[in-house]
Each structure stands twice: as C-alpha cells, then as structure tokens.
Ligand binder design. Structure first.
Ligand SMILES: [Mn+2]
Length: 322
C-alpha cells in the first residue's frame, strides 16, 4: 500500500519544486527507463523544469521509447536541484557517477520495489509487493492526479511488461492486470510496444545467444545451469554486454533448472553475475553474499574475481540452498 502521508508530502514537495532531476541507474532496464521517463514527462506537463540524467549507455532495445533522447549525462555545472527522483534503484551506488546528486539535492524521492532497498531518500516509497517500479508509479500518479497521456501510459506499460517477464512473474497480481487495462484506456498500442520490445533482436545478438548457450554447464543433476559470456564471444559476434539480456531467462526456462546463472566477463578480474531462480533458491540472499541483491527470483552482483572462480563460488553458494 502506498501510504497517504507519503503522497501528501510528495505532492506538496512537487508543487513547491521548480527544478526537478530524475536519475537512471547503472545498466538501465525497461522498468528504470520507462518509469523515469513517465514521471519526468508528466512533471513537465505540470510545468516543471525536468532534467533527465543517465548514469550509463542506454541499451539499444530501449531507444524507441518516447522521450529517450532527453536523457543526458550529468551537467557538471548543474545548479541547485529542488527535488531528485531515484527510481528502481536499491541504493545510492546504483546511480553510479551520479550518486553525488543526492547531496546536491534539497530532497530525494526514492521509489522502488527491491526488497534490498536501503531507504536512502527523504521520501521512501519502497513496496516490494509490487511487480515493478512502473506499477507503483502508475498507482501513485493516479492517486496524485498527475497528467497521463498515451506516451506516458506506453512508458509505464514497458516498465511493467519488461520487469514481469511479460506478466509471468510472482509479483504479478490481478491488480497488475487491472492497471494494465487502465493503460489501454489511454490509447496505448500494446502490439506495437511488444513488437518493439521482443521481436527486434539483432542477428549478431542471436549468434551471441547460440555461442553462450552452447557452452552451458550443469550442476546438481541439472538443477543449476551456468552460462558464460566472455569478452572474446562479444568480439567474435560484434555485440556488446547489453546484448546478453534474455540469455539467463532462456536457461531458467529449462525444466530441470531451479537456478540459472549468467556470468559476464567485464574484464579479466571483474564478473557481473545474474541469477534467476524458480521456487527454492532465494536469489537475493545468494547475491547478497557477493555484495549484490535484487529480488528473490531475480538478482545480480558484480564480483572482482576470475570468471572460473566466480562460477565455482556461485555454484557453491547456490548448493547451500538446494
Ligand atoms: Mn524493477
């Protein structure tokens, strides 16, 4: 439940603020980008001056989003910020180099659904029972009577769809579908959005999938599946690490698998890991032991070690729960 008290404070803070900044997180995903553009465009319709700040490159998948061109790297000379929004970001480090904006801002609003959220804002609307930050945001915007048009509704649809595995994850409720139905009421073209989101993978990316998946290693009678993406696979296929999106879910969807792991070799001694689980293993707990986190069924971490060692350590950690 969104607390009424939080909404009242947020509403008066929004009204009192002229200069509002909205920051993305590192490796931004559909929930992060969709949510931040949705609230930003809505605030502009309310006559506010909004700065959209990115902490990282935008994955090609999301370049079709309305308003995406508004996201810029931080302006070093940025004057004061009255109100800063961090969305879908569990802690200040997620904001990368833009973390300093927290201190530069008069007030920080933290809207998120990660259980691991550290409540770093002045206003914290952290609701892990929601499917996505996009869904929290939509209810919040409705309750505050913020402007919503077709583009804003489309952005919220993208946030919810991408963060729920196209409405298949545990966080999805009847209310999620009611919210989606309301989004249709603003005239969104869901088929077009879905085509843009899910049917435009580059051929090089498909080749990267094939390379990665063909090296899948199984442990614990096929209950743990590990796929590596190395720098050389990226070079050979002319792709980037962003193009690994979707690989770990493909591994997870194997019948025998309870825990699916993707290991991305960022460089020789830095590995980004993604973990997806089905019923037994708490992905957030496993990733916490590598200083990462997220959700119980989907989490990640960045580990300073070789890819071989990370694989061994991660499998060892998962086995404790199986
Ligand atoms: Mn999310």
């Amino acid at each position: 439940m969104i607390r009424k008290n939080d909404l009242d404070i947020l509403k008066s803070d929004m009204e009192a603020s002229e200069r509002i900044a909205i920051v993305s997180h590192k490796s931004p995903d559909g929930d992060n980008l969709g949510s931040l553009l949705a609230i930003g465009l809505s605030l502009e319709k309310m006559g506010k001056s909004v700065m959209f700040v990115k902490a990282d490159m935008i994955p090609e998948d999301y370049l079709f989003l309305p308003g995406i061109e508004r996201l810029k790297p931080v302006d070093g000379n940025m004057e004061r910020i009255d109100l800063l929004f961090a969305l879908d970001s569990s802690d200040p480090d997620r904001l990368g180099e833009n973390k300093f904006l927290i201190d530069k801002s008069n007030k920080v609003v933290n809207i998120d659904h990660h259980v691991s959220n550290t409540e770093f804002g002045d206003i914290n609307i952290v609701l892990p029972e929601f499917s996505s930050t996009g869904e929290i945001l939509f209810e919040l915007m409705l309750q505050m009577d913020m402007p919503i048009d077709r583009e804003i509704a489309s952005l919220i649809y993208v946030a919810i769809s991408t963060d729920t595995g196209r409405f298949t994850y545990q966080g999805v409720t009847g209310r999620t579908h009611e919210n989606i139905a309301k989004l249709y009421g603003y005239g969104i073209d869901a088929y077009e959005l879905n085509t843009n989101l899910y049917q435009r993978r580059s051929l090089n990316r498909t080749k990267l999938f094939i390379k990665a998946i063909s090296g899948m290693e199984l442990y614990n009678d096929g209950r743990i599946g590990v796929v590596r993406v190395t720098r050389s696979m990226i070079d050979e296929t002319g792709t980037s690490m962003d193009d690994t999106e979707g690989i770990v879910e493909f591994v997870r969807d194997t019948d025998s698998i309870e825990a699916a792991c993707l290991l991305k070799e960022i460089d020789e001694e830095v590995v980004k890991l993604s973990l997806r689980t089905k019923n037994i293993v708490d992905a957030n707990k496993v990733c916490s032991s590598f200083n990462g986190g997220g959700h119980s069924r989907a989490s990640g971490a960045t580990v300073e070690d070789t890819i071989e060692n990370v694989e061994m350590r991660l499998v060892g950690e998962i086995k404790k729960y199986l």
